[in-house]
Design a binder for this molecule. Structure first.
Ligand code: ADP
Length: 412
């Protein structure tokens, strides 16, 4: 069965068509600048590139362009839509309603709309993606896979903020966590690599890309993660500040004279590596190159990022009372030996020792030294494959929908 995986942003639509009999990618594409001047589509099939600049006024038009590209006689991957068995949608925020992936129906759509206040930027885009798919491929079975679902196992001691409890009760203000699909995929793969059942492992999954989050995964369950109510909390990221004292926001509005909206924008879009490096770059490769060349602004950005990451690893070892393996994934985690070395340096007290030669390798690998009590692995993530696998599993067994009592409660 071929599964189409959709990741809809506010002005973009990313997709992959995957043949699940071999788990091979048939097509990969991206519609950009949807609803903006200069919109375009690019698709790759077997090395053949299909590129078009065309007006895409909304997500329905983008979806129609995607279907035309997929079925193009010369550049396409399939003859017609009948060879696409189901569609899996990435959805950012499932809140407390969804503890696992679900088949999409009217009740699920209502729950997604109800969650908009928790993810005002992301969920409306995800909903537009689903509705566009419904308009262009009516009747296609569809599944929603949530970034938050994997972290719904967090105990309340990890997910509650130290705020008056009524704000949690009334507005569901709590920590949710994101990148769950990646953390779930990477920890399951690590258990295979280690030859030990996931249920018996304490793992720290370090997803480091433009957005970064770590998760403490004990026995296959997320017990804590660095992102919170939104993806702003936790680690230093490309442009996000991660943890700050909330009083910083007050000072940005008083001393720096910013509006509340602008202050939050600074934390989301102008901070992290970009801000700390004095505007040099949000891209780790530039920051690393600067730091290695002795540039002080780049060095301080790298130092702050690595120190925050190190502290969270220490915290999660304490939270789980141990750790069998630390897993690095995503753009920085998978590719950058320098970042991994900077983070794990000086952690031998906790039994963590990198092997410098192994650390240089690319791709899936054990990179800790033989004597290291805690193993360290690079495990490339594959969120699209995880979405496709869930979609296949759920559309094969429709009765698996609403497998969470919490979903039924929230929809009642
Ligand atoms: P996103 O969160 O957008 O999915 P990615 O997982 O693609 O991000 O990660 C982007 C980050 O990974 C950037 O900071 C980039 O510099 C870094 N990165 C990508 N490739 C490499 C590489 N070969 N070496 C070091 N860093 C890399």
């Amino acid at each position: 069965m071929n599964i189409l995986v959709i990741n809809a942003g506010s002005s973009s639509l990313k997709y992959q068509l995957i043949d699940m009999s071999t788990e091979s990618i048939l097509a990969k594409g991206l519609c950009e600048r949807v609803g903006i001047e200069g919109s375009n589509i690019e698709q790759k099939v077997n090395g053949k590139v299909y590129q078009k600049t065309l007006p895409l006024k909304n997500h329905v038009e983008a979806f129609a362009a995607l279907v035309a590209a997929l079925t193009d006689p010369e550049y396409g991957a399939v003859r017609d839509l009948s060879s696409i068995g189901a569609v899996g949608h990435r959805v950012v925020h499932g809140a407390e309603a969804f503890t696992s992936s679900v088949v999409i129906d009217g009740a699920v759509m209502k729950a997604l709309r109800d969650n908009i206040p928790l993810a005002p930027l992301h969920n409306p885009a995800n909903i537009m993606g689903i509705e566009a798919c419904q308009a262009v491929m009516p009747g296609a079975p569809m599944v929603a896979v949530f970034d938050t679902a994997f972290h719904q196992t967090m105990p309340r001691r990890a997910y509650l903020y130290g705020l008056p409890y009524e704000y949690y009760e009334k507005y569901k203000i709590r920590r949710y966590g994101f990148h769950g699909t990646s953390h779930r995929y990477v920890t399951a793969r690590a258990a295979q690599l280690m030859g030990i059942p996931l249920e018996r492992l304490k793992l720290i999954s370090c997803h480091m890309g433009n957005g970064s989050s770590f998760a403490a995964v004990d026995g296959g369950k997320s017990i804590d993660t660095t992102m919170g109510l939104t993806p702003l909390e936790g680690l230093i990221m490309g442009t996000r500040s991660g943890d700050v004292d909330p009083a910083v926001i007050e000072m940005l509005t008083t001393s720096a004279g910013l509006s509340l909206k602008d202050a939050i924008n600074v934390l989301n879009k102008k901070s992290g590596l970009l801000g700390l490096s004095g505007g040099l770059s949000s891209d780790w490769r530039d920051v690393r190159a600067g730091a290695q060349a002795g540039d002080d602004a780049a060095s301080r950005a790298a130092e702050v990022l690595a120190y925050r990451a190190k502290k969270y690893i220490g915290a999660y070892i304490a939270a789980m009372n141990g750790c069998d393996a630390i897993l690095f994934t995503a753009g920085i985690g998978e590719n950058d030996s320098y970042a991994r070395e900077l983070i794990l340096r000086g952690m031998d007290y906790l039994g963590i020792q990198l092997d410098p030669e192994r650390n240089k390798t690319r791709g899936e690998a054990l990179i800790s030294a033989d004597g290291s009590r805690v193993k360290v692995y690079v495990v490339p993530t594959n969120e699209e494959m995880a979405i496709a696998r869930d979609t296949l599993a759920l559309t094969g067994t429709i009765e698996a929908r609403f497998n969470s009592p919490a979903v039924e409660r929230s929809l009642a």
